[in-house]
Design a binder for this molecule. Structure first.
Ligand code: PEP
Ligand code: MG
Length: 314
């Protein structure tokens, strides 16, 4: 499979019954964009922009950020780029942005909540993204959004800046990585352009297991039926309003999970760049019908190990 995967990497990810999904790359460094394209990525499905901030000893100004984002757009040559706005706090500190000590940083000021307390940092980033993109396909994505109020507050900044600098229309979406946003996906879907499911945090918050917990790592499984049900709700709500849904957590590159996610209706898989060829090859081996069947069965089970057993038996 490895060799076939490599040889066919530039072909689309199309199932045996002709259903095509996008397979994109997750990146933290725009210098790796050419490599991702060479591996067959259909775009960048998650640019973790906090890594650009972490690589500097003070907040990068607009010009510095713009140069970074421009590198990615140039290498993508027309393919889309989903840029996630700064996602710090929780497990990701920024030295020059001292945060108050919190008993539970994972439940504290992080992601979009933090950005909305310092809108000037978010505004600079949005200006840099819009300017670097120009007419090229930029998709802006907000992290750790829990409900429509947060999305509206962040989206209002995009609208204001777009008007200010006469930037063209862009897709604006949210990560679904907090259970509340999956439960309220129908209300978010009315106003966002897309969702991308962050299964790393969604699993953590659904199962109440720290994503980095050494002893509990075996229990921390995105194939848990509780997580799968949240994914199913998200996709259903999105498709009911013609929005697309990606997955950008680790689960998207787990060969056992790929049929289930495809069967649940995920439109885009964004995975570690070196996994792109393999994920495409897995999808080419499936039919959407079989995948739907597996997904329905998995949703009816009670534990993650039952889901794994079911998938192993197939
Ligand atoms: C996620 O939470 O699944 C995700 C993709 O974001 P990060 O891993 O950067 O928190
Ligand atoms: Mg996350």
């Amino acid at each position: 499979l490895q060799r076939d995967a490599h040889e066919a990497r530039l072909e689309p990810a199309r199932t045996r019954d002709n259903h095509t999904v996008e397979v994109c790359a997750n990146l933290g460094n725009t210098a790796h964009t050419p490599e991702a394209v060479e591996r067959g990525a259909d775009g960048i499905g998650l640019l973790r922009t906090e890594f650009i901030f972490m690589a500097h000893s003070e907040a990068p100004d607009q010009a510095t950020q713009e140069a970074e984002y421009r590198k990615a757009f140039d290498a993508l040559d027309g393919l889309p780029l989903v840029a996630r706005t700064l996602d710090v706090g929780g497990d990701k500190p920024l030295d020059y942005w001292p945060l108050p000590a919190e008993d539970n940083p994972f439940l504290g000021l992080r992601g979009i909540r933090l950005s909305l307390t310092r809108p000037e940092i978010l505004e600079t980033q949005l200006r840099a993204l819009l300017s670097a993109a120009g007419e090229r396909p930029l998709r802006i994505m907000f992290p750790m959004v829990k409900d429509l109020a947060e999305f509206r507050a962040a989206k209002a900044l995009v609208d204001k800046l777009r008007e200010e600098i006469h930037a063209p229309d862009v897709q604006v979406g949210v990560m679904i990585e907090i259970p509340s946003s999956a439960l309220l996906a129908h209300s978010l879907a009315a106003e966002v352009d897309f969702f991308s499911i962050g299964t790393n945090d969604l699993t953590q918050y659904t199962l109440a297991i720290d994503r980095g917990h050494a002893e509990l790592s075996a229990e921390s499984d995105g194939l848990h039926p509780a997580v799968l049900r949240l994914i199913a709700m998200t996709v259903e709500a999105a498709h009911a309003q013609n929005r697309w849904v990606g997955i950008c957590g680790e689960l998207g590159s787990d060969p056992q999970a790929i049929p289930v996610l495809l069967g649940l209706g995920v439109d885009e898989f964004s995975v570690t760049s070196r996994r792109v060829p393999l994920v495409k090859a897995c999808i080419r081996n499936l039919t959407l019908d079989e995948a739907r069947d597996q997904a329905q069965k998995a949703l009816g089970l009670a534990t993650a190990s039952e889901v794994r057993e079911l998938l192993e038996a197939l």
